[in-house]
Design a protein around this ligand. Structure first.
Ligand code: ATP
Length: 235
């Protein structure tokens, strides 16, 4: 089967001449969970932004579901749910409306049964009539995921889903990702934590200085580098 995402020789040079990506090649299979691991400024967000069609590449090509992300932006964007690092929700809106509006914004017709399924999957059903400002940090993060799932994407990008959260919340997020995998969603997440990549991903890509250094099944990666060495390499 063709990979759901195919990234070929991708480069990005920003306006100030900075080379954020230096020829990245990567193929991701449908239903896979891939973790992109790397230090600050490695190029993880740039890579995700290009695949989502939010930033234009300088060179190379990205195909999503066989479509070019630059030429066929509409088709590819509809296939992708993006959960950014920041919480971008209206604090004075209910959970139900927040998630329902997101579906509308992405041009999908109303489907309350789908929204109900998403909220139940993310353990948010009981909170559907609560205002966003009444939720805990973990619940707010789950609403961000629900917003992305509201329009039924085949691929979900989670940009540092556990940055700055405590251990309990991190574990909660790992369980959410595992549940989404069972629903067949392809997941790419970025992280600074080797433990996180090890816990949830099928494969781990290590990115540094705009280069994808290696992509391995997580167990092979652990054997090859070991936690301590990998940490040293990344700091
Ligand atoms: P973090 O973990 O801190 O989010 P990252 O791996 O996601 O980092 P990117 O945000 O992709 O890294 O940034 C890669 C490099 O590109 C950084 O050095 C950053 O300063 C630079 N960069 C990002 N956006 C721009 C821009 N619009 N103009 C110039 N340089 C940029």
């Amino acid at each position: 089967m063709a990979p759901i995402i195919s990234i070929r020789n991708l480069t990005k040079t920003y306006g100030n001449g900075f080379k954020a990506l230096k020829g990245v090649n990567l193929e991701i299979e449908e239903g896979e969970i891939l973790a992109l691991l790397g230090p600050n400024g490695a190029g993880k967000t740039t890579l995700i932004s290009i695949v989502c069609g939010l930033v234009n590449p300088s060179g190379g090509q990205v195909l999503v579901g066989g479509h070019d992300v630059v030429k066929d932006f509409r088709q590819t964007r509809a296939m992708i749910g993006l959960v950014p690092q920041e919480l971008t929700t209206d604090q004075f809106e209910t959970v139900w409306n927040t998630v329902t509006f997101s579906r509308g914004v992405h041009g999908k017709k109303e489907d309350p049964a789908h929204i109900e399924r998403v909220l139940k999957d993310l353990s948010l059903w009981e909170k559907r009539d609560n205002m966003m400002r009444e939720l805990s940090g973990g619940m707010k993060r789950r609403v961000m995921i629900a917003k992305a799932l509201s329009y039924e994407p085949r691929i979900l990008f989670l940009d540092e889903p556990t940055a700055g959260v405590d251990v309990n919340l991190r574990r909660e997020m790992w369980q959410v990702v595992e549940r989404l995998r069972q629903n067949g969603v392809t997941i790419i997440l970025t992280t600074h934590y080797i433990e996180e990549a090890e816990e949830i991903a099928d494969r781990v890509g290590v990115i540094n200085g705009g280069e994808l250094l290696l992509v391995e099944a997580k167990t092979a990666l652990m054997k090859k580098l070991g936690r301590k060495e990998l940490r040293l390499e990344l700091t």
